[in-house]
Design a binder for this molecule. Structure first.
Ligand code: 6PG
Length: 227
């Protein structure tokens, strides 16, 4: 049974999740000297990112990375790195140690090795991984029609990163695998709206990609939802 946190508005959700994540990060910095956070892109987390940017954590001791990235220039309006730089890495959080997934290789497949090197010193396990979800039940860049979806969702797969073609969404992606996401202290699913709530509630019956997070028992999962 997963742990639902229900709010009356996205504003209330963003405030509560900002405080929750900020405290978790600071607690780990206090306990071990470093913390790490992996975040997803898209529209849902913008309010959370703005709130976190003001949170009084010891940000120079916090590693921040992405769960997935579209293989576009980092100044593109489609870039998750651009979103994180513009909304999260501002104010107090400007001092965080951000490691993006995009590199200069021609495609995401060629980027796996180079980006894996960039992530080598990342604080692991993650203090928290924040996942969004699409109305098709994808999370990260684990899309239902991706030809390598089974590899992406193999909890025993050795790969930490993988390239994938969503088929039903633009841009090749570089994404953390399920195995990589499970090397974390907790997973937060951050969604809004009645449709996504219903999709998540039916995800296991419909064998949607996000169900891989719901059915695993290795890492605690909480779901943060507002209308
Ligand atoms: C991405 C995200 C993706 C996102 C969902 C939900 O690169 O798009 O990582 O997994 O979390 O698509 O996106 P919205 O919040 O915009 O609905």
């Amino acid at each position: 049974m997963n742990d639902w946190h229900l709010f009356d508005s996205t504003a209330e959700l963003d405030i509560a999740l900002t405080d929750y994540l900020g405290q978790r990060l600071q607690t780990q910095v206090n306990d071990s000297g470093r913390a790490s956070l992996a975040v997803s892109g898209g529209n849902t987390p913008k309010g959370l990112f703005r709130g976190l940017s003001h949170y009084p954590a010891t940000w120079p001791q916090v590693d921040v990375t992405l769960v997935d990235e579209r293989w576009v220039a980092t100044d593109s309006d489609q870039s998750n790195e651009r979103l994180v730089r513009e909304e999260l890495l501002q104010n107090r959080a400007a001092d965080a140690n951000f490691i993006g997934l995009k590199c200069d290789t021609a495609n995401a497949e060629l980027g796996v090795a180079e980006t894996s090197q960039k992530l080598a010193d990342l604080q692991r396990p993650f203090s928290a991984v924040v996942l969004g979800m699409g109305e098709d039940g994808h999370t990260a860049s684990w899309f239902p029609q991706a030809s390598n979806l089974q590899t992406l969702l193999d909890p025993a797969a050795p790969a930490f990163l993988a390239a994938t073609d969503p088929v039903t969404a633009p841009h090749q992606r570089l994404t953390l695998t399920l195995a990589a996401v499970l090397v974390s202290k907790e997973i937060i699913i951050h969604i809004t709206g009645a449709t996504k709530r219903a999709v998540l509630q039916s995800a296991q019956d419909k064998h949607l990609p996000v169900a891989a997070i719901l059915r695993q028992t290795k890492v605690p999962v909480s779901i943060w939802w507002a209308p």
